[in-house]
Unconditional design. Sequence first.
Length: 372
Amino acid sequence: MPASAATKTNLIGLDRAGLEAFFANLGEKPYRARQLLQWIHQRGVTDFALMSDLSRKLREQLQGLAEIRPPRPVREQISSDGTVKWLLSESGGSAIETVFIPEENRGTLCISSQVGCMLNCTFCSTATQGFKRNLDAAEIIGQVWYAVQSLGTERLGQRRVTNIVFMGMGEPLLNLGAVKPALSLLRDDLAYGLASRRVTISTAGVVPGIDQLSSGDEFALAVSLHAPEDSLRSQLVPLNRKYPLSELMAACRRFVRARPRRSITFEYTMIEGVNDDYRCARGMVRLLNGIPCKINLIPFNPFPGTPFRPSTDEAIYEFQKVTRAAGIITTVRKTRGDDIDAACGQLVGKLLSPSERRRVVQEQLALQVLTA
């Protein structure tokens, strides 16, 4: 009897190893995985009946056991600067936001790893909405699949995704079980074929997760720092109370030792009168001493109800001047898509209450410690 839609395996989220195991259970050879990868991710085909190099018997078998189900689009918004934001519907009625940022020589896709975020950073609109659940691998890579197919249309100018950043909704290192197969697909030449330097994972500082990644595949790491000392960072990033800066910086040093040719990007949101003065700039210089890195200064993006304001251009320039003088490459992120709430820290959704979020974050952090 054919499997119901609820029990069918969604093949869009299986990497090469996962597909090989799936086909092995059907008595098929490993090369079937390579064929499926190309059909799904390079040709964008979701109908097994159209996969002409599979036997009719196998196609019929797949239709009964599996599906290729990308997320369903709910809304598309296009910014005046060309940034595109999609609201995508996932299983169980959840919705996430995915953003494409076009530039002259590249196209960056910002993807989500969770429905909402459990970390409650005080300067982030996404965090104020709460947390609902982790995304599975199919829901993560499905964002990439949908964006690639949408951007290939004449309507959107046939732009191309060249870079992926896990900087959307959620903390990716609290969902490594789903993030890792997604990373595998992003790197696989039969899927998206992205070079390691073109895939970036951003974390607020989940130390066990950084250590788990240190021995894994190559990719770029970005750490959301936002303050050079514990008392201020704990106010802005409550996770710092569990993993203070001494532990976080030690994990960062372990990460770069495992990747001698790599550096870390430290993200730093510039908030007027909070973390943008000379003392903070000098603190960053001391904190990052000896770590191959660069600093990315991000002008704060306001949202309703926030007490914070963005730093002035002058304050950002003075901060940058101090860190650059110390030999640290320091860039200023250009705000993109803020007219459609697609800028950094503005992605939102309907999620869990604060008390439920606190319970779930403790469970996720305990799991990270157990699996480290």
